[in-house]
Design a protein around this ligand. Sequence first.
Ligand code: ATP
Length: 211
Amino acid sequence: MAVALFGGTFNPVHNGHLRIASELAELLPISELRMMPCGVPPHRDKKMVSAQQRLEMLQIGIGHDNPALTIEDIELQRTTPSYSIDTVNLIRRNLGPSVPLILCLGMDALASISSWHRWEQLLDFCHIAVSSRPGFAAPKKGPLYEWINQHCCADLSKLEERPAGHIYFCDLTMLAVSSTIIRDKVKSKESIRYMTPDSVVNYIQQHRLYE
Ligand code: ATP
């Protein structure tokens, strides 16, 4: 069965991430959606949240009652940020050649994908599912437009028929929450309740993160 990847910094994970991940897990023809925290270079600032803490918040935020959501920590095993092309190449090698792999991106990421390292080869290793984001639209001309046009697919079942190569657009629920808003609210001693699961709120308080 197919696997999807949902990458992010998750600093911290919030209900916007969890809601969209859960909708993707229902919509896409997959058995597993792996939330994949990215590596961020260690910061000199001692108050910086560690990769381990981002990972722990993700684990407790996902909880135990949604078995379709799992964690892929492959990018945390390196100390430098990874190129997406290297990550999907490695995961493809682990999965074998025939399992469909779907990289989930927001429209904001798609709009700038042509600046990514070896972006045109991404579809050799995976499909791409793009979720809409207010304020961002797919390009209307140029090489990226051509690339999207060439690979765009409106039929979800086609993503199960081959391991990689299609781009699929989906309309999902964006919640008005971001990690930046959460960090800012903690800093200014405002409540972050209901923006992220209570377990994550408690973790942030216990570890005095973002203060
Ligand atoms: P920051 O505020 O620190 O930039 P963020 O809240 O945007 O962080 P990321 O970890 O950078 O979170 O995002 C990971 C992925 O989740 C991205 O693909 C992003 O488009 C998506 N995402 C972030 N916030 C939301 C949201 N509220 N609803 C849906 N998707 C979201």
